[in-house]
Design a binder for this molecule. Structure first.
Ligand code: BGC
Length: 376
């Protein structure tokens, strides 16, 4: 156990026994700053440009503070040196546990070594930290299944498959394009693998045609998941591969921000109405939920960040009380050095009809927020 945690727990126990001996009320016998409630959890989030990370940061902070912990929450503006520096500072300021959603999954080995040297447990939040033995736990969603769900939503949107997995009426051939996330994010590979395993049989039998021929993750990845870069790539694809009357029928997009860039490029090229291509997504960002409600974007994958934050807090508390957090997967996430014990949450596909039952009735968004396309 972390030395500071032991000391804090020890003093708290001493304070309690002193209070018991003297008959004083709780808290009157010791120094408040020595109680476990004064432990600090450092929370390092990648960026505030995507609303999901703001929601994640806020949820983790609120849940930890509700339990009385101190929280040092930092956002790194998608800049790797900034994140390294922020984690370094959390360590020097005496964090007792670190919860980190990495920008580049391979860039934090030095910081994690410093954390291990100071006996600070590290929880990788949603994105696995790679190439380090010092990742103690991983909380995330089933990322392979996210990719399967995205590809399935593309097939359903095109009518090749029905929502219950049966063969659909549509035969194709359909022209599609593929997008992937940032190559330095471990999740991007899981999403793409899940999607490609699902789409491959349909590409092989000619139902789907990737008109550009770009089917390798290196060809379709978007660095730092940037919306503008996705828009630019879609514009380039339209110019290079759709200049002779061929129409795009569908786009596999792994994240709502990329989907919005792709949609803008398609709209600027004149796509509209019933002929608008099927575009997938992820994260149920409010602007995209509105686009789904308006019939522009076809689907998104909802990952309830409230549940993920809860798991991070449960894991953090387990470390603070010297228990191993409960894992439900001890096989899938090899970070290059070891298999990191993980807690994976399920995901849900959201089409227009699912907005009310899944997002509004669960309190994730209000009907007004969906109508406005803006949270808060
Ligand atoms: C997350 C996704 C998110 C993406 C871009 C990934 O690591 O798992 O939910 O869409 O990063 O922020």
């Amino acid at each position: 156990m972390n030395r500071r945690v032991l000391a804090a727990l020890g003093s708290a126990a001493l304070a309690l026994s002193m209070a018991a001996c003297s008959g004083d009320g709780a808290g009157s016998g010791g120094n408040d700053s020595d109680t476990p409630a004064d432990l600090t959890i450092g929370v390092s989030m990648p960026t505030q440009t995507s609303e999901r990370w703001i929601a994640d940061g806020n949820s983790v902070k609120e849940k930890l503070e509700a339990k009385g912990y101190q929280v040092d929450l930092q956002y790194a503006g998608d800049d790797i040196p900034t994140q390294s520096q922020q984690v370094d500072q959390m360590i020097t300021r005496g964090a007792d546990v670190l919860i980190i959603a990495a920008i580049d999954g391979t860039a934090l080995s030095g910081q994690l070594q410093a954390a291990a040297d100071a006996d600070i447990p590290v929880i990788a939040y949603d994105r696995l930290i790679r190439d380090s033995p010092n990742v103690d736990f991983y909380v995330s969603f089933d990322n392979y299944k996210v990719g399967v769900a995205q590809a399935t939503a593309l097939l359903v949107g095109l009518g090749v498959q029905t929502k219950d997995g049966a063969k659909g009426e549509a035969k194709g051939p359909f022209n599609i394009e593929l997008f992937a996330g940032s190559l330095d994010d471990n999740n991007a590979h899981f999403f793409f693998d899940g999607a490609m395993d699902t789409l491959k049989p349909f590409i092989d039998d000619g139902t789907l045609k990737v008109t550009s021929g770009q089917t390798k993750i290196e060809q379709v990845a978007i660095l730092r998941w940037q919306q503008e870069a996705a828009q630019k790539r879609m514009e380039d694809l339209l110019t290079s591969s759709y200049n002779s009357g061929t129409k795009v029928d569908g786009v596999l997009s792994p994240y709502d921000g990329l989907s919005r860039g792709i949609i803008t490029a398609l709209q600027n090229a004149g796509y509209k109405g019933a002929d608008f291509p099927v575009v997938t997504g992820q994260d149920a960002e409010i602007a995209s939920v509105k686009l789904i409600d308006d019939g522009v974007q076809s689907s998104t994958i909802f990952k309830d960040t409230r549940l993920l934050a809860e798991q991070a807090v449960i894991a953090g508390e387990a470390f603070l009380t010297d228990k191993a957090p409960e894992a439900n997967d001890t096989e899938t996430y090899n970070n290059g050095v070891k298999v990191v014990p993980s807690y994976l949450l399920p995901v849900q596909t959201v089409y227009k009809d699912d907005i009310k039952p899944v997002l509004i009735d669960s309190g994730y968004f209000t009907a007004e927020e969906v109508a406005a396309g803006q949270a808060g």
